[in-house]
Design a binder for this molecule. Sequence first.
Ligand code: C5P
Length: 245
Amino acid sequence: MQPKDMKQKVCLALDVDNSEDALKLVRLLKNYVGVFKIGSHLFTKVGPKIIEDIRELGGEVFLDLKYHDIPNTVANAVRMATRTGVYILNIHASGGCDMMRAAVEAAETEAQKRHIRKPILLAVTVLTSLTDRILSDELRVKHDVLNQVVHFAELAKSAGIDGCVASPKEILAIRKTCGDDFVILTPGIRPVWSTAKDDQRRITTPIEAINSGANFIVIGRPIVKSEDPVKAAKSVINELLQENA
Ligand code: C5P
């Protein structure tokens, strides 16, 4: 695989407090990372202007706001997000089929109307911080994580969603049921040299995730909190390129 193609699979979580820190990371890392993820942390502080700023620097944006509301509200949020030109956008599969269908229709209609591209719409399955115990004891979900993830992925696919967010441990099972065209994006990535597991439970290395068939990997703290983010990002991309040479 070409370095530029591999770079497009790596998505950096810009979990920082302000635009200056976020844009500094984009400038530093845009040669190693193709997609920059803006989550509720940064977006709540700085708003949509950051999307424009990152795109001007040549980065693609994954707007990770995980919408979960009634269909009409989610459709309106997706419509507004589509206007910003984001590359990837997500909603929660647990919002149900009507909500997911409303999101798909809103993204398609808005993109057509404005002659812009439709964002890749992903459904969050089960957050990578959750475990079987939390699902059963706290959330009273009757299935284990893997079964619940595969169920949500199938549901999302049937609603017309492009793909899903899941842990790397679930990629093979999702591929088997949802096929090769279904986009899979995985957080919960920890390179071998990264000592911190943080609050992630179902983790794996970048290579394992890509080799299992992830289309995108999301990595945050191992790069952002590193003393040398460029060295950390370079080592992730070099490892991936060596393995796929
Ligand atoms: O720092 P770390 O590599 O754990 O960052 C992972 C990022 O992916 C965070 O921004 C987190 O919100 C996000 N994420 C996740 N699990 C999901 C969906 C998104 O960890 N299921």
